[in-house]
Design a protein around this ligand. Structure first.
Ligand SMILES: [Zn+2]
Length: 612
């Protein structure tokens, strides 16, 4: 009944709006209502007459600078406002409409229709109701008109008085931030976040903070994420969002124990204040009990349509039995893995639902995104757990999971650890042959790629296991086709194993390969920490020759971010320097005197190149 009314109302209102726009005067609307409007309401002339004045009263008029021209509601014994000539009580006053008329409907429809200068003027008039802006913005975004959606939603945040932003501002803000992100307007996005954090209403600051931290965490910029957190703590000391953000941050920084302690602190503090509802308190209690599992559960639940298949996968992986042994042969170039007919059959069935091939040219990549059809392949895999006996299936699954969840430390336990256990068993078999295991021989790349995906998947959530796995792969793959040396080096430095890091940085890379910036910088940091300052200076000269931006970029407190392309940045570029800063600056900051030393070195390098 109500659904039918909404449909009738929308049809009628659309027609009424067109009739009003003909000359923006009331009589034209009433003439339309009796002649044509009645057709939208199943021939009910009383309803058609009664509805017209209601809609007229809320319609913005261009000739009045987008103000409305509402008619005074007649008294019961006065002539009806539909101009029927009868008394109100015998005419429209006696009609009850089947449902409500939203108070901003005509504004929303007008915003949907207007274009160009008219739309611009309407938005600038400042008269559009927040609800209409939000709905019109949503409609435009859903229809793929992202520029239009942005223009409409920005209006909400152009008012001078942010203290009175309506509650619709929250979804509008989230949508607008997403639009900026999709369209690559990074500066606008940063400016809006900044403005909200500085002078926005409290309910928006929490959301803005969450966005900002997640943005930095996404790009691995832990230092900026921590900065945003500290700033938020000053403005919103009692927000439950802080508890959740701090747990994420600490897990990203590799401190699970501290994450638990801090979540406990937040729980006790916020429970005492008594402002939270039961659900929020339960979430904080869970967070204090097991931050990783709680965040993982929340992550999976937030996946909407995929929540159930992902939970199925977690259950499947938890119950996984020991991996079967693989068959290896020893050939001229060392150990060779050849897939068996059984493994091929499993992989073919999996490939059928997975639908995407691995990019054979890349160390880690697909030819297309496998996630749009993830519901299908997750469900199929849960029905056929035996498919995971095929290393090729483990490879694609690990790669797909790493691409989506690898940056979230709390997903390591339920997704990557069980697959790693399977892989490590196969690795033991390879190592037992004590022969080289070369990338481009037989099906070896399948196993190496699976290993790399697991190293990446556990890199943030289980650093030690990730590093140990990477070290073992590096021994097998002497040419470092997977680019693991830099990764192992960074992890050794994080664990304070400086001598081992130094030794690793000393190994020659492949013959024609240029040294990697991360490896060279890691060497400098290791030497500095070992107090071998002369050698550190020398190593820094090699860095400067490779990339002239990285020293300045590391020293600066707030350098302008360099957008990273999808591909690995070119050697010598600012993007390469920025990437290193994002990954490792926290280690330089944490090393006493290191940044100060680097600043002095920067001076030295500048003088040297000035004197040339
Ligand atoms: Zn009437």
């Amino acid at each position: 009944m109500l659904a039918m009314w909404v449909e009738q109302l929308l049809g009628y209102a659309g027609g009424a709006l067109a009739a009003i726009r003909a000359d923006e005067h009331y009589p034209s609307l009433m003439a339309w209502a009796r002649d044509e409007g009645v057709g939208y309401l199943g021939g009910n002339i009383a309803q058609a007459q009664a509805l017209a004045p209601e809609l007229w009263n809320q319609t913005p008029l261009e000739r009045l600078d987008f103000a409305c021209e509402p008619l005074a509601r007649p008294g019961r014994n006065e002539p009806c406002w539909c101009d029927s000539g009868r008394k109100m009580k015998h005419c429209c006053g006696a009609v009850s409409l089947p449902g409500a008329v939203p108070p901003h409907l005509m504004w929303m429809l007008s915003l949907r229709d207007w274009k160009g200068d008219t739309l611009k003027a309407a938005l600038e008039s400042g008269r559009a109701p927040a609800q209409a802006l939000l709905e019109a913005g949503l409609i435009a975004a859903e229809g793929g008109q992202r520029g239009r959606a942005q223009q409409i939603l920005e209006t909400l945040f152009q008012a001078a008085d942010w203290d009175h932003l309506p509650e619709q501002a929250e979804p509008a803000f989230e949508l607008l931030i997403e639009l900026y992100q999709e369209r690559g307007f990074n500066r606008k996005r940063a400016a809006l976040l900044d403005a909200i954090l500085e002078r926005g209403p409290l309910f928006l600051r929490g959301v803005a903070l969450e966005r900002l931290c997640l943005m930095h965490l996404d790009s691995d910029d832990l230092a900026s994420a921590r900065e945003a957190f500290v700033r938020a703590q000053q403005t919103l000391p009692d927000s439950p969002t802080l508890a959740y953000i701090e747990a994420m941050l600490l897990l990203h920084e590799g401190h699970p124990q501290e994450a638990r302690e801090r979540a406990n602190f937040w729980f006790r503090r916020l429970a005492r204040q008594g402002d939270l509802d039961g659900e929020q308190l339960q979430f904080l209690a869970d967070l204090a009990d097991n931050p990783g599992a709680t965040l993982a559960e929340q992550m999976v639940n937030s996946e909407e349509a995929l929540a159930e298949p992902l939970m199925g996968l977690q259950a499947l992986l938890e119950a996984l039995t020991t991996a079967p042994r693989l068959q290896f042969e020893i050939g001229d170039e060392g150990t060779e893995y050849h897939s068996t007919a059984r493994e091929d059959t499993f992989f073919a069935a999996w490939r059928e639902v997975f639908g995407v091939d691995v990019d054979e040219e890349a160390a880690l990549g697909f030819q297309a995104d496998p996630w749009p059809q993830a519901g299908d392949w997750l469900n199929a895999l849960c029905a056929h757990p035996e498919w995971l006996d095929s290393p090729a299936v483990v490879q694609t699954l690990s790669m797909a999971l790493a691409s989506r969840f690898g940056s979230l430390p709390w997903m390591a336990e339920s997704f990557f650890a069980p697959l790693a256990a399977r892989f490590e068993r196969w690795l033991e078999q390879i190592e037992a042959h004590a022969a080289p295991f070369v990338w481009d021989v037989a099906d070896n790349a399948v196993l190496l790629r699976a290993g790399l995906a697991l190293v990446v998947g556990m890199e943030r959530g289980d650093r030690q296991r990730s590093r140990r796995l990477a070290e073992r792969l590096l021994v097998l793959d002497e040419n470092d086709s997977l680019g693991l040396r830099e990764l192992v080096l960074d992890q050794l430095l994080r664990e304070g194993r400086d001598s081992e890091a130094l030794a690793l940085s000393d190994q020659p890379t492949g013959e024609e390969e240029a040294p990697l910036l991360g490896v060279l910088m890691g060497r400098v940091l290791a030497l500095y920490r070992l107090e071998r300052f002369d050698a550190a200076e020398e190593a820094l000269d090699a860095v400067d020759a490779l990339n002239a931006h990285v020293v300045a970029m590391l020293c600066a407190d707030n350098p302008r971010p360099v957008p990273l392309a999808v591909e690995v940045p070119e050697p010598g570029t600012k993007a390469e320097a920025w990437q290193y800063r994002a990954l490792m600056r926290d280690q330089w900051v944490a090393t006493r005197g290191a940044l100060q030393w680097l600043a002095e070195q920067r001076q030295r390098l500048a003088e040297r190149s000035g004197g040339r």
